[in-house]
Design a binder for this molecule. Structure first.
Ligand code: NAD
Length: 473
């Protein structure tokens, strides 16, 4: 295949949730699709992100159950955590899913090329694979993902003990102690998992609160819960220096002008991710970029007609589910459609203990935008299923627009919040009102009843809560 070859209809660069979904949708629409991926299919999410992390958290949840079973009369002892066994379990799950993506590629007639792609000029790629080739492609969908950011902290780059999320998941031994830099989604999830498996963990977060993108009230409640689990929180704190020691690493943290030295076996650096386009040379392809991200319109098209970009490489919310939806949209437009990416709301989920999830506006966003709203709150301590699941820890919060009674936001701190949030996503996407949510019968006993009760509370008529305690009208 050396030299110039004819292009197939659509070339997709990257085999993660953005790229492989785009490839399938394009194939469904009749395109001949080539997908180029240098590593394993599935991208960060399947291989070293969402899926292995959630598998790790599943194992951590079992360890918690073993410790806490006594409370309901089931006496268990947690003998030991076999980290290699935990890793093997993660890998089995990952392997199944990655193989599944391979099957989907084959069954949809998608050609998968193991290699990397670089623009040599607009709409022309150099594909470095077993045999290199130059391909002209009329339509290209870029889905190259993201990479972790490393903050400019003295000693951090030089330290032998700094891991990113992939490094933690692939560590040969479970770290006995860890300082997590960054109290965002990755920091909180991995801190929860490792703490439950027996590590000593501290989180250092620069902002005065954890999870700055999520609802503040629920994030504060989660912070209290994390501290109860034994996770040390250093909020409003900056890491200013890191130095390796014979027995691990020391981390100097500054807060309100005072310095403190934390020591640990490892550091997890989780201060965010940046769009990844290294080696792609988007500029050679004539693509407009800004701070490393490829710019697109709401049809996912770049400044070059016929070239699209989706997911993390375009910046914005770096979530697998946004990448996949954008992939579908890019594929439809590449096939002559007029699809736009303008979702009514995109759910966020943190797979902590308990889980935290949100859809629509947070209370902070409603205030910032000057939107008049009222809030309904319902504590999970008044929900039977939650009492059974976790002793009733958590809260549901519903934001309702004063003008139209429309649902503005749903925020849930609860066991399985990342599943429960789907109701909020559907209701907000369909421009539902609070009365419509209330009008839907919710099965009993379920955690989902707490969502309806929070909606009732916004109307001042929660049934299973004491009047005037939960806010509302
Ligand atoms: P993030 O943006 O969620 O959080 C990073 C945190 O680090 C922020 O709270 C920020 O204030 C803090 N921070 C930044 N610089 C700091 C410094 N020098 N010292 C201390 N704190 C500092 O980033 P992340 O947790 O690394 O996750 C990366 C991306 O992956 C995000 O876009 C996230 O949404 C996505 N992700 C999503 C999920 C999920 O949906 N469950 C899971 C993992 C990752």
């Amino acid at each position: 295949m050396d030299g110039r070859t004819d292009c197939r209809d659509i070339v997709v660069i990257g085999g993660g949730p953005g790229g492989y979904v785009a490839a399938i949708r394009a194939a469904q629409l009749g395109a001949a699709v080539t997908l180029i991926e240098g590593k394993r299919l599935g991208g960060t999410c399947l291989n070293v992100g969402c899926i292995p992390t959630k598998a790790l958290l599943h194992c951590a949840g079992l360890a918690r159950s073993a410790r806490e079973g006594d409370g309901c009369g089931i006496h268990m002892t947690l003998d030991r955590v076999d980290w290699q066994g935990v890793r093997a379990y993660q890998q089995r799950v990952v392997q199944r899913l990655v193989e599944g993506v391979g099957v989907l590629m084959r069954k949809n007639g998608i050609e998968v090329v193991r290699g990397t792609a670089a623009f040599v000029k607009p709409k022309t790629l150099k594909i470095s694979a077993e045999k290199s080739e130059i391909r002209e492609a009329g339509r290209i969908i870029i889905a190259t993902g993201s990479a972790p950011v490393m903050p400019p902290v003295e000693g951090l780059r030089e330290s032998r003990h700094v891991l990113d999320s992939t490094g933690v998941l692939q560590a040969e031994r479970m770290p006995e102690s860890m300082v997590v830099i960054g109290g965002g989604v990755i920091g909180v999830e991995l801190a929860c998992a490792l703490r439950a498996l027996g590590s000593r963990v501290a989180i250092v977060e620069a902002m005065p609160r954890l999870l700055p993108a999520l609802d503040g009230e629920l994030a504060s409640r989660l912070a209290v819960s994390l501290e109860r689990q034994g996770i040390r929180l250093c909020l409003g704190s900056r890491v200013i220096r890191v130095a390796d020691r014979p027995e691990g690493v020391s981390v100097v943290v500054e807060a309100s002008g005072r310095e403190e030295c934390l020591s640990a076996e490892k550091i997890l650096c989780a201060v965010g991710r940046r769009p990844y386009t290294e080696g792609l040379d988007p500029e050679a392809g004539g693509l407009r970029c800004e701070q490393g991200r490829i710019l697109t319109d709401d049809r996912q098209q770049t400044n070059i007609p016929g070239v699209y970009a989706v997911g993390d490489c375009t910046g914005g919310m770096m979530l697998a589910h946004t990448a996949s939806v954008q992939g579908e949209i890019a594929a439809e437009n590449a096939m002559g459609g007029q699809a736009v990416y303008r979702p009514a709301c995109v759910p966020s989920g943190v797979y902590s203990f308990p889980e935290l999830a949100g859809a629509g506006l947070t209370e902070e966003q409603a205030k910032e935008r000057g939107i008049p709203y009222r809030v309904g709150r319902f504590p999970l301590s008044a929900n039977g299923r939650a009492l059974i699941a976790n002793g009733g820890e958590g809260l549901v919060k519903v934001l309702v627009g004063e003008e139209l009674d429309e649902l503005l936001g749903v925020h849930i701190l609860a066991p399985n919040a990342t599943e429960l949030i789907a109701e909020g996503v559907s209701a907000i996407s369909m421009e539902g009102t609070v009365e419509e949510l209330i009008g839907a019968v919710h099965a009993h006993p379920t955690l989902s009843e707490a969502v309806r009760e929070a909606a009732l509370a916004a109307e001042g008529r929660a049934i299973h809560n004491i009047p005037n305690v939960t806010g509302g009208r």
